[in-house]
Design a protein around this ligand. Sequence first.
Ligand code: FAD
Ligand code: DLZ
Ligand code: SF4
Length: 520
Amino acid sequence: MVSFQDCVMKTLRLLFADQLSPSLTALSDVDAAKDVIMLCEVMEEASYVPHHPQKIAFLFAAMRQFAQELREQGLTVHYCKLDDQHNTGHFTGEVARAIATLKPDRLIVTEPSEYRVLTLVQSWHTSLHIPVTIRPDDRFLASHEDFSQWAQGRKQLRMEFFYRDMRKKYKILIDEAGGPTGGEWNYDKENRKPLKKAINFPPRLIHTKTALVEEVLSLVHSRFSHHFGRLDEFNFAVSREDALKELDHFISHFLPFFGDYQDAMLRDEPYLYHSRLSAYLNCGLLLPLETCLKAQDAFQKGHVPLNAAEGFIRQILGWREFIRGIYWHHMPKYGTLNSLTATRPLPDFFWSAQTDMACLSEAIRHTRDYAYSHHIQRLMVTGNFALLAGLDVKQVQDWYLAVYADAFEWVEMPNTLGMALFGDGGIVASKPYAASGKYIHRMGNYCGSCSYDPELTIEDKACPFNALYWDFLQRHESRFRKIQRLAYVMSGWDRFTPEKKAAIEKKAKEIFARLDANTL
Ligand code: FAD
Ligand code: DLZ
Ligand code: SF4
């Protein structure tokens, strides 16, 4: 109910770069006659980690585009550009400036997606002397309360059980008897086909650069060229209309094969059958529910097989929501965890792609060129290497947060620290996603062009992943022996002779020395 007070109050409504949704709670009762909507580009957010230039350009362009669309609807928007003469460079300074100029009675925000920014917003009531209302972010499909209730009393939080409840709650791929469509909840086993040879993928959409986009690209070029990443490959949708075109294009041309090849890797192919929708979902141009419903619809109309629709929906309704739930359930302590005491400095090649390891070089080059790499590259190539080599968890997280257009702490941190690095000690994953070079060899064709051999472990040309893999298991032996799901791989280590074990340890030492000298 709207109170008398609401009717006379002038409200400032602050939107963050990842809140570009017309349905945002902070906008639900906007009064065009009195209220002002505010967005700000600030240096602190663009540089507290060296974000990829394409990520900065994408967010700034999408923010400007969204502001323009709000104005076209007759709303008043206070937009602070990065190069405005009086831009203070940080959120608090920009909100203080807006309060001084616009003299609002109160500030309304939708809950920021990151803990760090929420803490900041919570301080404004006192530091900026203004009443601040923080509304829930109902674009996510599980609220904090939903997740806490689900988590309550469970010894372990596992995505699979959370996902089943979400399917039931939203009645997605549920049959008339209330069970999963097709009889199984999860077709993961049908998501593991490798790709070995180049194939003709359908073309991706090309987004014509508007004057607005060109202006942002020029700004980013002049201010952020020193950050890792190419800007000239920029091809992001920056409006909801174009993001919806990306969604429809994916559903028509790529989703049919998404299920089969979800775990595959192929040289010179950054996207394969992946949707590349994460950046749009995370900044609000697309909504998770509409995305899942479109995939379900495509299945129901017979356009895509069940393993594809289910596999895709699982990523969004399952993994994405689960990951967010874990973040808020465990923050702020989550960010301090480092269960495997991983402290080795991040090697230079993460910023240059200059390494003889073809798989890493390829994944890092895609990252540099597109501010994107697909899940298996993130998890089983760069992430797996960081895990096996014991790279510093904070440095690795900062890298992932900086280099991907879809990276915001709420989703990056549990994926990196939890899923890839096992740094949360098993909160996200029941066992480390550790794999030798043989896995990378099996799932794609990177090894064919590598100077190393995935079949060798201790020889000169041996794939570094192999000795690192065994050395990793041995380094953490006492912990891993307690994990039932690792019993099989630990028995592999047990079968080696003492001589072989010593040779692997020696080889791993040699690899670490080369890593530290940046010659790997
Ligand atoms: P698709 O493969 O097409 O998947 C469809 C959608 O499902 C994605 O767009 C995404 O919204 C969602 N999704 C899939 N997997 C996950 C997951 N594990 N967690 C959350 N959502 C998921 N995703 C991010 O959005 N931001 C990140 O910063 C991020 N960092 C990651 C770091 C590491 C180490 C790892 C292993 C994964 C990370 N992911 C992150 C998850 C996943 O890799 C990306 O969502 C995916 O690669 C994005 O590409 P896509 O849109 O083509 O995804
Ligand atoms: C990542 C980012 C960047 C690069 N720039 C801005 C910005 O200028 N303005 C803004 O509102 N948000 C930006 N963001 C996103 C924030 O760092 C942060 O992730 C969100 O505010 C969510 O908490
Ligand atoms: Fe990567 Fe090893 Fe294969 Fe080379 S041989 S591409 S390092 S897995």
